[in-house]
Design a protein around this ligand. Structure first.
Ligand code: B3K
Ligand code: ZN
Length: 879
């Protein structure tokens, strides 16, 4: 892709395709020096076509021959450049035969067909198929695919593609073939191919209507013992989608393949999901509880796409949130049902606040349905995914579960086999509910995080309690003026004894107020004494809500709110107030001191054995550095790190007795077999949180405790928590010895090694830039493997604030070096690495200048990919 050709694509320019492809027949001949792709497309011109010519997308392809209806085309019948093949004056209906030659072995972009370890695999979303053959590479062209794969029989005994295997056999020269047919019309971004020598773990699932589905998980032979959990999670997902959404699986076979080199988590190709190994492989000795939960969620997410994404797909890539926002909402509800709804909600909101709000306040800010892009890969964002899921959640809140289900049934029924828009999704919800959701649709169109200021007024004489809401939304790039949003605000009122007031005749204690105007008042009648409002329960809208709670009121909410999410939110608000005061103390040159009332509040949390253990973990964890940065106008990195460390130390000292008790109470003998039940996970989590906090005291006794846990652990959760505690202990010798022994034990396990890299890179007390540089030269590091790159470089930039933001700018230059290096090889990953540099506005002038200088250096690179170029251009200050 040449620089000069990069241009902006606009939603307003959307036009239907001139041709549809009724059938695709592909033959892949896989060889060690390249692959021949033979494609036969049955094309039909649509009624209102605008051109006599056919334009097909293609990128880095070597065209070997081109024919129409069996006749080879003369050279003047077509033309091709870097991105398009134009065939002149084609008939209305015809078969196009294209033969291309590609080099998967040299493909480091991990897009199109490429090799990972010894296997061939594909990644086609969003626009990878054009790296395989010439095609109408757009999601609104749906076709029925038949795929024949030919390869060496010994090296590639497994040949997989979408749908069902319909033919297979031997060929000359020790080669063989398998032919696959997928009866469901699909866009080419859902195409997949895998060829390799793989172990197959097989199981089955009986659908609600009694059909037997064959489930197969393919992994490298060395990972044969890491399959069970994902298969189990898949079966749970299949059942849940039947029960909660009435969605049954449609093919006879569902396959997942694990690959080591993958740009993101996983991909929902029809009938043949391809997963990053780290998001599917698991066994107790190597997998932490949080990884188990992540695997469960991702397996479910990709499976759910079979309906929300595959059966009903997107008309164009501006509609990406149609499938992603909806599917994230679906997987979040699934995880909530499988585990703890409150804890899941807390984690999702935390991600939204610490990362999506930041994205929405930065230079890459865009609406859930963007209106333009240069490179669509840059729009697989937290806004499209997570904020998109919040938008679906708000629809769910407005309609209630029954109407929402009716709406989703109608959406699937109306649009099965179609490529549609977010408007179509909302229209289905309008149709079943009779609601007018036109104002609501602003959530898809307007970028930025809305802000809601609330004030209260109590009138004793009339026994009325009023809440005044004012909403606004900051101007964002290309979005100056904002119209008010239509948002659900879940409200409860709590009396002085901590009881919820009944708010209506039905006896509800939470009411949904629908805020629509810029300013509105809601009044509650018959309120005999001033209550404390509990606002935005369950985080009912993705906004920044402000209410002038006193610290005492926050303590009261922490103890009494019947909404678990808001109890946590009150704790976070309180901790934030306390930390902000500590930051100010550091800035004033004083030693930061926590108020006694805060230490006491934490004491009552850690010693409360009535609370859900997972909730205790959440309530006792301080806001992260990233959240403190997000909350600052200009983030003072040193002060934030110092204040947070000092707070942890004071808590560790002040609560030592309780934390030791908590640790002991939640220990299990190491011979106990790993229980993956949520309560058991919460218990381990709480024990390890206690250990981690205790370590902030720096005492030798805690190091000893962590060392024995490290040695005795029989599962990765406990071993890794101990390792992390030691790495962050500040005791270099203890840290290094644990890391060395962990390395010896796990150096042959790629997933564990990623963790080993990450625990170092994220630790400010252990790893400075020199250490990070050494890690990038480690023999187990591979800059072209996205997992390894993320576990060192991204973790360093996102978590190791102190060293990444070193005031000499050395780490900014280090990051820029990596971006420049990767830009030619894997532009999607290079572009993802840009994120920390786009945040320069949050820092002081010295750092701003240093970050901008690196952005300029990146901008100056020859042949910059359009992925990185888009981010650089949008991030640099207007000159
Ligand atoms: N749909 C894929 C993401 C593809 C990203 C392409 N750059 C995974 C998912 O969201 O399920
Ligand atoms: Zn998805």
């Amino acid at each position: 892709m040449k620089e000069a050709a990069a241009k902006t694509i606009y939603l307003k320019d959307y036009r239907e395709p001139d041709f549809q492809i009724e059938r695709v027949d592909l033959t892949f001949k896989l060889f060690e020096d390249g692959t021949e792709v033979n494609s036969r497309l049955k094309l039909k011109r649509v009624a209102n076509a605008q051109s006599q010519d056919l334009f097909l997308n293609g990128d880095s392809l070597q065209l070997k021959s081109l024919g129409i209806d069996g006749r080879l085309l003369a050279e003047d019948a077509y033309t091709s450049d870097d991105e398009t093949l134009t065939v002149f004056a084609v008939p209305n209906e015809f078969e196009l035969q294209v033969v291309t030659w590609i080099k998967p072995q040299e493909n480091k972009r991990l897009e199109g067909l490429y090799k990972s370890s010894s296997m061939f695999c594909t990644q086609c979303e969003a626009e990878g198929f054009r790296h395989i053959t010439y095609y109408l590479d757009r999601p609104d062209v749906l076709s029925v695919f038949t795929t024949r794969i030919e390869a060496d029989k010994n090296k590639y005994p497994r040949l997989l593609s979408n749908g069902n295997a319909v033919d297979s056999g031997d060929l000359a020269d020790e080669r063989h073939f398998v032919t696959w047919h997928d009866p469901f019309p699909k866009p080419c971004y859902l195409f997949a191919l895998v060829a390799g020598d793989l172990h197959c773990e097989e199981d089955s699932f009986t659908t609600i209507s009694g059909r037997e589905i064959c489930l197969r998980l393919f992994v490298e032979h060395k990972n044969a013992d890491k399959c069970d959990y994902a298969i189990d999670a898949l079966k749970r997902s299949m059942r849940w989608d039947e029960e909660v959404y009435g969605r049954e699986y449609d093919l006879e076979l569902f396959m997942i393949v694990a690959v080591d080199d993958f740009n993101m988590g996983a991909m929902e190709n029809k009938g043949l999901n391809i997963f990053n190994s780290s998001c599917v492989l698991a066994k107790p000795e190597t997998t932490t509880d949080s990884a188990y939960l992540r695997i469960e969620a991702i397996v479910a997410h990709e499976y759910f796409h079979n309906w929300s994404g595959n059966r009903v797909t997107c008309r164009d890539w501006f509609q990406l949130s149609l499938k992603e926002g909806f599917t994230v909402f679906r997987d979040a509800e699934f995880s909530a049902d499988m585990n703890s709804p409150t804890v899941k909600r807390i984690e999702d909101v935390n991600l939204l606040r610490t990362a999506q709000f930041v994205e929405d306040a930065g230079p890459m800010s865009h609406p859930v349905r963007p209106s333009s892009y240069m490179e669509i890969s840059n729009f697989y964002t937290l806004t499209v995914y997570e904020k998109g899921a919040e938008v679906v959640r708000m629809l769910h809140t407005f309609l209630g579960p029954e109407k929402f289900r009716e709406g989703s049934d109608l959406y699937f029924e109306r649009h099965d086999g179609q490529a549609v828009t977010t408007d179509d999704f909302v229209a289905a919800m309008e149709a079943v509910s009779g609601r007018d959701l036109s104002q609501f649709k602003r959530w898809y169109e307007q970028s930025g995080t809305p802000e809601v200021d609330v004030s209260a007024d109590y009138n004793a004489a009339s026994e009325q309690f009023s809440l005044r809401f004012k909403q606004s939304c900051p101007a964002r790039p290309k979005q100056e003026l904002k119209q008010p949003f239509h948002m659900p605000i879940a409200i409860g009122l709590i009396d002085a004894q901590g009881n919820d007031l009944t708010l209506n005749a039905e006896g509800d204690t939470t009411t949904i107020f629908e805020l629509k105007e810029a300013e509105e008042v809601v009044t509650f009648e018959n309120i005999s004494a001033p209550p404390i409002p509990s606002l935005l329960r369950g985080f009912s809208a993705p906004v920044k809500l402000r209410y002038p709670y006193s610290d005492d009121q926050l303590l009261f909410l922490m103890a009494n709110d019947s909404d678990g999410f808001n109890r946590w939110d009150a704790s976070q608000q309180l901790a934030l107030n306390v930390l902000q005061a500590s930051i100010a103390q550091v800035q004033a040159g004083q030693a930061p001191v926590l108020p006694l009332s805060f230490i006491e509040a934490m004491r009552s949390i850690v010693s409360n054995d009535q609370l859900d253990k997972a909730m205790v973990c959440k309530l006792m964890s301080l806001p992260s550095e990233s959240y403190l940065v997000e909350q600052s106008v200009v983030a003072d990195v040193e002060a934030i790190c110092k204040a947070r460390e000092a707070a942890r130390k004071q808590l560790a000292n002040g609560l030592q007795k309780e934390l030791v008790a908590l640790y002991e109470l939640n220990r299990e003998p190491s011979s106990t077999p790993l229980d993956l039940d949520y309560a058991a996970m919460a218990k381990r989590n709480l024990k390890n949180a206690a250990l981690g906090l205790l370590m902030a005291s720096g005492e030798q006794s805690v190091i000893k405790r962590a060392q024995s846990q490290f040695q005795e652990a029989s599962n990765m959760t406990d071993q890794f928590a101990a390792l992390s505690t030691l790495v962050n202990s500040g005791d270099k010798i203890a840290a290094e010895s644990a890391l060395a022994s962990f390395y010896q034990q796990w150096k042959n396990d790629a997933q564990v090694m990623e963790q080993w890299f990450a625990v170092q890179s994220g630790s400010a007390s252990f790893a400075d830039l020199a250490h990070i540089e050494a890690l990038t030269k480690h023999k187990d590091f591979d800059v072209l493997n996205p997992n390894k790159l993320r576990s060192v470089v991204s973790v360093f930039a996102a978590q190791n604030y102190r060293h990444f933001h070193a005031e000499d700018g050395s780490a900014y230059a280090f990051l820029a070096d990596k971006i420049i290096l990767l830009d030619d090889q894997n532009p999607q990953i290079a572009s993802r690495l840009m994120t920390p540099l786009t945040r320069w506005r949050k820092y002081n002038k010295t750092r701003q200048d240093l970050m901008i200088a690196q952005l300029q250096r990146i901008q100056g690179k020859q042949n910059l990919s359009k992925d990185v170029r888009e981010v650089v251009e949008k991030s640099l200050p207007a000159s």
